[in-house]
Write a protein that binds this ligand. Structure first.
Ligand code: GAP
Length: 541
């Protein structure tokens, strides 16, 4: 085993794969996340955050806001950075989205299945191309599956269709690669492969969920923006879009902020809010949904310093995810390849994704946040489309200068961040009644402490309530007196409460309580009047 392989193996051992089914079931059972409009059968790509989920999401959101806007990081020169907050409207003048490139370019290639009426993202469909493709045999089927389809399911279909096909003798390529690298001749697509040129006739492709070939349409571009209309009359002039990213509000308010807020470049504008994308294939629980929240910050700087800030922000943001409890071995930075760059990132040094090892990407990684070098793309576009000058006048240097700032953008998913925190926290432990617990960083945990009277008599509820009434004003505390103590511990393990404080029969005598620690299940006796300070100190660590 090479050193690199050994390190990879070590990483896998420390981060066991968890089951998405278990995680989704827990989220529902314990009130974190429910399917939206579930009583009507749900709606694909939309989710509701339940009582525990909203506490967790708000904790992550507030931490980001605090670390960006209230106390931004110290910059490379040792001085605190300046970042101001914003809450712009979800619906904007449609010209914003023309200028930003979303009307023209924000689309995914998608194919439809004429038989099942299902719609797929072409780059998520995988073609199982036999190494030995029988060029002359037009009846030979070529199977197509959605990326990530389990091997057993593929083998089941091969058996059902009575195909003489072995998976180990297939090359798996995204459907888009057929279109990208193939060239058309005689109604077929000719692919240049290492073992020779292959003619792949589209009519041989068998779509997922069907038995017959030739039901997939050609790929078409599909705009991801949701449309609506503003005003009493619904016509072309009233068409508006739900914003697909929060970022544009920061660009359209850039001038207002420079003119009125006494900020000097470099500075940032931060915004948290909902974004909407009509994703062709929403999937993996809340990872790719059609309504989600983003936490984005646009950092305006001098073009000569953009590279420095790009490096600063990518490191800073990775450190931030670690600080909120995501382990280093489950995070990686990945530079985008040239052909996956967004329209705005092409001119700069590109985009780096901060990726997390999600259960469904395991042992690989999936995007959690992108840090993009957007150059002056957006300011130039808004200058062109609005006719308003976006130049910055810098009189702090001699001679004074005018320039269009470049922008570095750390764009994180709040909704996706919640999923990463849940997956990270999910820890199997067969020795406990709950068989698992959520190992949240205490500062992020939805409920920080639970006050539990051992029994509902002997004066214990009175002592417990007094403690609870005091603690609830300082941090999220639950008072829980129902069922036996074992069941109460189990529930708090499942929702990730770091501290359970039990008022027992000794408490009236020794004026002390027992604190049970979630991760170790160890118990410690602490004086009643010290317990609040004890928890408060632990929350700050
Ligand atoms: N302003 C740049 C921008 O929007 P993006 O990579 O498209 O960049 C930023 O989105 C982040 O938003 C992603 O890293 C991801 O965390 C989150 N995100 C994007 N699409 C999402 C979706 N359909 N569902 C949930 N989160 C999504």
């Amino acid at each position: 085993m090479s050193n690199v392989q050994a390190v990879e193996q070590e990483k896998m051992n420390t981060t066991d794969k968890i089951s998405m089914d278990d995680l989704v079931a827990l989220c529902k059972r314990r009130g974190f996340i429910f399917p939206a409009s579930e009583i009507y059968g749900g709606i694909n790509g939309f989710w509701d955050f339940g009582p525990l989920g909203i506490l967790l999401k708000n904790n992550l959101r507030d931490r980001w806001w605090n670390d960006m806007v209230i106390t931004p990081p110290i910059g490379p020169n040792g001085e605190p950075l300046k970042i101001v907050g914003l809450d712009s409207s979800i619906i904007q003048n449609p010209k914003v989205w023309e200028a930003s490139g979303h009307v023209g370019g924000f689309s995914d290639p998608m194919v439809d299945c004429r038989e099942t009426k299902k719609r797929y993202r072409a780059d998520h469909l995988i073609v199982y191309l036999p190494n030995e493709l029988e060029q002359e045999n037009q009846d030979q089927s070529i199977l197509v599956f959605v990326e990530g389809t389990p091997k057993q399911e593929i083998e089941k279909k091969i058996k059902k269709l009575k195909l003489s096909l072995s998976l180990s003798q297939c090359e798996c390529i995204p459907l888009t690669d057929l279109d990208k690298y193939g060239y058309t001749e005689d109604y077929g697509l000719w692919l240049l492969r290492p073992n020779g040129t292959k003619k792949v006739d589209r009519s041989r492709l068998v779509a997922p969920d069907v038995k017959k070939p030739d039901t997939l349409t050609e790929a078409r571009q599909f705009n991801l923006m949701f449309e609506s209309s503003a005003g009493a009359v619904k016509d072309a002039a009233s068409k508006v879009y739900l914003r697909p990213e929060t970022a544009q509000g920061c660009f359209t308010n850039y001038k207002n902020i420079v003119d009125n807020m006494r900020v000097r470049v470099p500075f940032g504008i931060a915004q948290i809010g909902k974004a909407f994308r009509n994703e062709v294939t929403p999937r993996n629980f809340i990872y790719r949904s059609r309504e989600f929240e983003q936490m984005e910050m646009e950092w305006f700087c001098h073009p000569d310093e953009a590279r420095l800030w790009f490096d600063f922000w990518k490191d800073e943001r990775k450190k931030w995810w670690e600080a909120v409890g995501v382990s280093t071995e489950n995070l990686q930075l990945r530079q985008h390849d040239q052909d996956e760059l967004s329209h705005y990132a092409k001119a700069g040094v590109g985009t780096v994704d901060i990726e997390y090892r999600f259960p469904f990407t395991w042992p690989g990684f999936g995007e959690l946040e992108g840090v993009a070098h957007r150059c002056d793309f957006d300011l130039i576009q808004h200058e062109k489309h609005s006719g308003k000058k976006m130049e910055y006048f810098d009189d702090s240097v001699q001679p004074p200068r005018r320039f269009l700032p470049h922008v570095i953008e750390p764009a994180a998913g709040l909704t996706r961040g919640v999923l990463a925190l849940l997956a990270e926290a999910y820890t199997a432990d067969p020795s406990r009644p709950s068989k698992m617990y959520l190992k949240f960083n205490p500062s992020i945990a939805p409920v920080k402490a639970a006050v539990l009277p051992l029994v509902n008599k002997n004066g214990l509820p009175e002592i417990a309530q007094k403690l609870y009434y005091s603690m609830r004003t300082k941090f999220m505390t639950e008072y829980d007196a129902k069922s036996n103590i074992g069941k109460r511990y189990a529930r708090h393990d499942e929702i990730g409460t770091p501290f359970c404080i039990t008022v027992d029969n000794d408490t009236p005598k020794d004026q002390a309580v027992t604190i049970r620690f979630r991760d170790t299940m160890a118990q410690e006796r602490v004086a009643l009047d010290k317990v609040e300070g004890f928890v408060q100190k632990a929350l700050k660590e």
